[in-house]
Design a protein around this ligand. Structure first.
Ligand SMILES: [Zn+2]
Length: 209
């Protein structure tokens, strides 16, 4: 199966309460990294962003924040945004509304405890949540989806195709998904530096959500 890298407009329209891109963005794109903080991966991403003075948003898994509080702190100190990605990386369709919301709250709590922040941002793991979950979460948070899926987690994709497809789909206001986790540790160095260089060459700024 060929992965869908660009979220079609019709899909964006049938899921209200969620943002897929930011059309009002002024010369900016929005890079997002999911699933961290993970030592050896998140710090690599931070270094690459810092080299180019670029910013991103990190959707963190609460349990990883608990395990690696210093690394979570480094993300915050570098001026990046942080979003909630549940405590246990739950698939919304496999959990009832209450336990799903409880896991989001647990992630909020660890972010408050470790970083003293209250994030208004949420991204559902795997991109899936039920309409009832989404309605409830949307009362308190902005649900951030994406319009460009890099495919960095897919071992069948070459670094070259991840790079080329992501750059090809990128437009002003795009929200791009990457992952800072064990599965992408090997592939990130093979495409991310060039991706970051290329967006700079195109004159695009990076902004936090
Ligand atoms: Zn995730």
């Amino acid at each position: 199966m060929v992965p869908i890298h660009k979220t079609p407009i019709w899909i964006q329209r049938i899921f209200p309460h969620r943002i897929w891109q930011k059309k009002d963005a002024d010369e900016a794109v929005f890079l997002t990294f999911d699933d961290g903080p993970v030592p050896g991966v998140t710090d690599y991403v931070l270094d690459e962003l810092a080299k180019r003075n670029q910013k991103a948003t990190f959707f963190m898994v609460g349990d990883n924040v608990r395990k690696h509080p210093e690394l979570a702190g480094r993300v915050l100190q570098a001026g990046h945004s942080i979003g909630n990605h549940t405590f246990h990386h739950l698939h919304g369709l496999r959990f009832g509304k209450d336990s799903y919301l409880e896991d989001i709250r647990k992630c909020d709590l660890i972010l408050q405890e470790v970083l003293a922040i209250q994030t208004p941002l949420f991204r559902p793991p795997y991109g899936w949540m039920t309409p009832a979950q989404a309605r409830k979460v949307a009362k308190e948070k902005t649900i951030v989806m994406w319009d460009v899926l890099s495919g960095d987690y897919d071992p069948k994709l070459s670094p070259r195709s991840i790079l080329e497809t992501s750059l090809e789909k990128l437009e002003l206001g795009s929200i791009v998904v990457f992952h800072d986790q064990q599965k992408t540790k090997e592939v990130l160095p093979k495409f991310l530096p060039e991706f970051l260089d290329q967006i700079k060459e195109r004159g695009l700024q990076t902004a936090t959500l």
